[in-house]
Design a protein around this ligand. Structure first.
Ligand code: ATP
Ligand code: MG
Length: 580
C-alpha cells in the first residue's frame, strides 16, 4: 500500500469514526438503530418534536411525536419478549404504509430482531419466496393481506410462528399463531430498556428490486445507521425543523434507509402518504405540509412531467429547499423540467440495496451537471474497473482488477471496502456474495464514466449494455435523448441480436397524452436519435407501446422488453412488468 493510499484509508476511517461519534450509543453498550432513531431524542429533550405525520387516504392526518414513538415501539419490543421471540429472529412486515408498520419495524429493532419489510403489493409467491429464504418467525400484516397472500402458502412456511394483525379482523382468521396486534400492544408495557446490541447484529434484510433477475436478500446490520445519519445530513441536507418526505415505500430499501432510519436519526419530521401516486395530490402535499426536503424517484418525476403543468397550476413550491432522486437514471430532460417548470434543482443520488446507503451524489452546493449522478460522498472511494470486449472483468497478469486508463472511459463502479452500511451477506447465497468482492473492492455491476472534475455519469447496468459494431452503448443515453422529444413520456432501449453488428439498438416508446403513434413520429424520433447520438448509437427501430413494463418499485425492466423481443414472452407489455 502506498503512502497516499494509507492516508486515504485513514481519512475514510476518520470520517466514519466521526460520524459514529455523533451518535450516542446505547446506555447498555453497543449501537442500536432504534435507540439512535427514537429514544435518543427523548433523552435529549426533543420528545415533543413530531417524528411522523401520516396522511390517510382521507380523514385527518395522524401525528406521532418522538416520545409517543418511543413508547409505542417499546410496547412492540415488550410484546415480542412476551411471545418469547428470541433476539436475532427475523420479523417480516407486509402492509401498506401506516403507523403500526413503522412502529413494528422500530420495535423489532429494539428487541434486537432483524426486520424484513415486504412490499404490500406482492402476491403469495414473492411473499413465500422471501419469507422462506429468511426463515421468518414473525409476520406483521393485515387480515386481508394475510388472507390473500399468506394463507395460500402458509403450509410452506414452517418457521412462521406468530402473525400479528394490524387493524380489525384477527378474529376472522382461522390459522395458528394469529394475534390481534392492538390488543397485545394495549397489554404490553411502554417501558423497555434496549439490551446491549452489537453493531454487527442483523438489523434488516432487504430484497433487491429484481430488475435484472431473481431478487437477492441483502443482510444489513445496526452499524449501517452511521452511514444513514451521515448521508442524511450531507446529501439530503436534513436539519432540525425540516419536514421531510421520502416517497419510497418501506418495502424497498430507500423507504427504510431514507424513509425511516436516516431522517429519524437526524431528528426531523417525516411525512408518510398512505395513498398511491396522484400528481395533483403530490403537489398538494408538497405545499400544504410545508415539505422542505423531498426524496423521490425518476419514475415518479416522469409521471409528474407526464401529468403536465395543469397538475401544479397555482401550487407554491417555494418552501421546498432540497430535492433528491434515486433508483434509476435521472434523465437530463427531467432535471431541466424541474428547473424550468417547478423552479427546483433535482439532485441525483446513486446507491444500491447492497451498499445500504448513498454512495454517489449531487450534494447540496455542488454544481449540478444534468445527467450526472454527482461525486462519491465523504468516506467513500470509488474506481471504475475495466471490462473486456465480452463484458467480463479484466484482470492483469497478477489476476488483479484493472482501473480504466483515463477520463471518459467506461468501467464498472467499484467501491473500496469497508463502510458501515455495506451488506454483510446475501441470504443463503455465500458464493454470490463472495463474487461481489475482489482486491478490497465491492463490485456493483453498474457501468459509468468519470469526467475530469470527478463527476460520475451512469452508462448502464452491466447486463443491459448493448454491444453494437464494436461500440458499447448505454441504453440510458439513448433513452434520455428520446425523452427530449415533446411527445415522449418514457423510453426503454435494448439490443436486438444481429448477425452483422452483434446487436442493433431498438427503442420502446410510451407517448404522452394527446400524442398518437404514427410513421411520421417514428421517423422524427429516429432522426432525433441520429442527430443527437450519431448513426452508430441511434435506435434503428422504434416500437410504440401503451405502457412500458416496470418493476413494482417503478424501474423500467429492459430484460422484459428483451424477452418480448426474442419471442420468450407474449402479451401486453404493461402487464409483463412485475417482480417475480
Ligand atoms: P436487482 O439487483 O435485483 O436486479 P436492482 O439492482 O434494481 O435489482 P436495487 O438495489 O433496488 O435493485 O437498485 C439498485 C440499482 O438501481 C443500481 O445498481 C442502478 O442500476 C440503479 N440505480 C439506482 N440509482 C441510480 C441512479 N441515480 N442512476 C442510475 N441508476 C441508478
Ligand atoms: Mg442490483
Amino acid at each position: 500500500m502506498s503512502a497516499v493510499e494509507r492516508d486515504d484509508r485513514q481519512s475514510r476511517e476518520r470520517h466514519w469514526q466521526e460520524a459514529r461519534d455523533r451518535l450516542d450509543g446505547l446506555p447498555a453498550g453497543g449501537l442500536n438503530i432504534a435507540y439512535e432513531a427514537v429514544d435518543r431524542h427523548v433523552v435529549h429533550g426533543d420528545g415533543d418534536t413530531l417524528a411522523f405525520r401520516f396522511l390517510g387516504e382521507d380523514g385527518p392526518p395522524e401525528d406521532i411525536t418522538y416520545r409517543q414513538l418511543s413508547e409505542r415501539t417499546s410496547r412492540f419490543a415488550n410484546l415480542l419478549a412476551d411471545l418469547a421471540v428470541p433476539a436475532g429472529s427475523l420479523v417480516f412486515t407486509l402492509s401498506g404504509r401506516n403507523p403500526d408498520l413503522y412502529v413494528a419495524m422500530l420495535g423489532a429493532l429494539k428487541a434486537c430482531c432483524g426486520v424484513s419489510p415486504l412490499f404490500s403489493a406482492f402476491g403469495p409467491e414473492p411473499v413465500r419466496q422471501r419469507m422462506a429464504a429468511g426463515h421468518g418467525r414473525v409476520l406483521v400484516t393485515t387480515a386481508s393481506a394475510y388472507r390473500q397472500k399468506v394463507a395460500p402458502v402458509r403450509d410452506q412456511l414452517p418457521d412462521l410462528e406468530h402473525v400479528l394483525v394490524i387493524g380489525a379482523g384477527a378474529d376472522t382468521l382461522d390459522a395458528p399463531g394469529v394475534h390481534d396486534l392492538a390488543a397485545l400492544m394495549e397489554r404490553s408495557s411502554k417501558d423497555y430498556e434496549i439490551p446491549r446490541t452489537d453493531p454487527e447484529d442483523i438489523a434488516f434484510v432487504h430484497f433487491t428490486s429484481g430488475t435484472t433477475g431473481m431478487p437477492k436478500g441483502a443482510v444489513h446490520v445496526h452499524a449501517a445507521c452511521v452511514a444513514h445519519s451521515a448521508t442524511g445530513r450531507s446529501v439530503l441536507d436534513l436539519q432540525r425543523g425540516d419536514i421531510y418526505w421520502c416517497t419510497a415505500d418501506p418495502g424497498w430499501v430507500t423507504g427504510t434507509s431514507y424513509g425511516l432510519v436516516a431522517p429519524l436519526t437526524c431528528g426531523v419530521t417525516c411525512i408518510v402518504d398512505e395513498a398511491e401516486f396522484d400528481a395533483v395530490r403530490w403537489y398538494g402535499i408538497l405545499e400544504d405540509e410545508h415539505v422542505s426536503v423531498w426524496y423521490t424517484a425518476p419514475t415518479a418525476l416522469r409521471m409528474l412531467m407526464k401529468a403536465g403543468p395543469a397538475a401544479h397550476e397555482g401550487s407554491d413550491l417555494g418552501g421546498v429547499r432540497h430535492v433528491c432522486s434515486v433508483g434509476e437514471p435521472l434523465n437530463p430532460e427531467v432535471v431541466l423540467w424541474g428547473q424550468r417548470e417547478l423552479g427546483l434543482d433535482i439532485h441525483d443520488t446513486w446507491w444500491q440495496t447492497e451498499t445500504g446507503a448513498i454512495m454517489i451524489a449531487n450534494v447540496p452546493g455542488l454544481q449540478i451537471r444534468p445527467g450526472s449522478m454527482g461525486r462519491p460522498v465523504a468516506g467513500i472511494e470509488i474506481a471504475l474497473m475495466q471490462r473486456d470486449a465480452g463484458g467480463e472483468r479484466l484482470r492483469d497478469a497478477e489476476g488483479r482488477l484493472v482501473p480504466v486508463a483515463g477520463f471518459g472511459d467506461e468501467g464498472e463502479i467499484a467501491i473500496r471496502t469497508p463502510w458501515p452500511s455495506l451488506m454483510r451477506a446475501y441470504l443463503g447465497a455465500p458464493d454470490r456474495y463472495a463474487s461481489c468482492f475482489a482486491d478490497g473492492w465491492y463490485l456493483s455491476g453498474d457501468l459509468a464514466r468519470r469526467d475530469e472534475d470527478g463527476y460520475v455519469w451512469f452508462v448502464g447496468r452491466g447486463d443491459d449494455v448493448i454491444k453494437s459494431a464494436g461500440h458499447l452503448i448505454g441504453p440510458f443515453e439513448v433513452e434520455s435523448v428520446l425523452m427530449e422529444h415533446p411527445a415522449v413520456a418514457e423510453a426503454g432501449v435494448i439490443g436486438v441480436p444481429d448477425p452483422t453488428v452483434g446487436e442493433l439498438v431498438k427503442a420502446f416508446v410510451e407517448l404522452k397524452g394527446g400524442f398518437a403513434p404514427s410513421e411520421d413520429l417514428r421517423r422524427d424520433l429516429i432522426a432525433l436519435g441520429r442527430r443527437r447520438l450519431g448513426a452508430a448509437v441511434a435506435p434503428r427501430s422504434i416500437e410504440f407501446a401503451a405502457h412500458l413494463p416496470l418493476t413494482q418499485s417503478g424501474k423500467i425492466m429492459r430484460r422484459v422488453l428483451k424477452a418480448r423481443e426474442l419471442g420468450l414472452l407474449e402479451g401486453d407489455l404493461s402487464t409483463l412488468g412485475s417482480t417475480p
